[in-house]
Design a protein around this ligand. Structure first.
Ligand SMILES: [Zn+2]
Length: 270
């Protein structure tokens, strides 16, 4: 479709789908995926401005049931559909962040705390507390990733932590032993800094990339929930090691958020 902006086309189609979602009853839990919350980058698919993030969190606090990771784990262990449906008809939402950027502490955490919203951050443990930067953020001020003291402070105040491997590799292309080391070390480092309740056995695939070996390694390590970048809702049929998430784009309006909560964007991703 030459000359027609992709994002506008996407917006048009998802708006059409949105009106159809009014006739569809959805059961399950939605897991939102954020990365950076910052005004130092122009908004893009991985970075949302601070004011826009606040508006989204205020919308969620008012219109959704925001669940903690512990709530989600309880639902998964019981696989009780009634918990996910509820009587209010309000969307059930879990808030997650990937990688462990410092702006999650300076910009997102104050908003989450003020509104009393639980959230989960998946850490690239080999980057936390270092001056290392992700390749696309080499120009950002140092340090760009969370410190362990910030992690510990948030852990005592409504934020749960999970492992996102040690070095953020594409697991699907790694030999089994290297995969196991990446996953095992990430989990072990978290366990050495945090109490068990602050870092439950949860995992998140870098780039959403994994294979059958990855799943059996996670099973062997007793991981109870693992998160992909596959779009969609988590009903009782979804494998707990292949949970879906809704990617939040920094350019999303509040209407885009409503469309995503209604499932209007899942069809395009599928
Ligand atoms: Zn990542």
């Amino acid at each position: 479709m030459p000359g027609f902006p992709k994002r506008q086309f996407y917006s048009f189609v998802t708006t059409l789908f949105y009106f159809f979602t009014f006739f569809r009853r959805r059961e399950g839990i939605l897991v939102l995926l954020y990365h950076r919350v910052t005004d130092q980058l122009s908004p893009h698919e991985l970075a949302i401005p601070v004011a826009a993030f606040r508006r989204q969190m205020e919308y969620l606090a008012k219109n959704c049931d925001v669940l903690s990771m512990d709530d989600l784990l309880q639902v998964l262990s019981g696989r009780d559909a009634s918990v996910t449906v509820g009587s209010s008809g309000r969307p059930k939402v879990v808030i997650t962040f990937d990688d462990g950027y410092r702006d999650n502490y300076t910009n997102a955490y104050p908003v989450l705390k003020e509104l009393g919203l639980p959230a989960t951050i998946f850490l690239i443990t080999g980057m936390i507390g270092t001056d290392k930067k992700r390749p696309r953020y080499q120009h950002m001020p140092s340090p760009d990733m969370l410190s362990w003291s910030a992690v510990k402070e948030m852990a005592g105040n409504g934020v749960t932590f999970g492992s996102h491997t040690r070095n953020h590799p594409h697991l699907g292309v790694l030999p089994a032993l290297e995969q196991k080391n990446e996953i095992e070390q990430g989990v072990a480092v978290l366990g050495s800094w945090l109490k068990p309740g602050e870092a439950p056995p949860i995992f998140c695939y870098p780039y959403g990339d994994y294979n059958r070996q990855t799943l059996s390694i996670l099973e062997g390590l007793g991981i109870r929930a693992a998160f992909t970048v596959e779009s969609g809702i988590n009903d009782t049929k979804v494998n707990p090691l292949e949970l879906r998430r809704i990617g939040m784009d920094g350019r999303d309006s509040l209407f885009d958020l409503r469309k995503k909560l209604a499932g209007a964007c899942d069809i395009l991703h599928a």
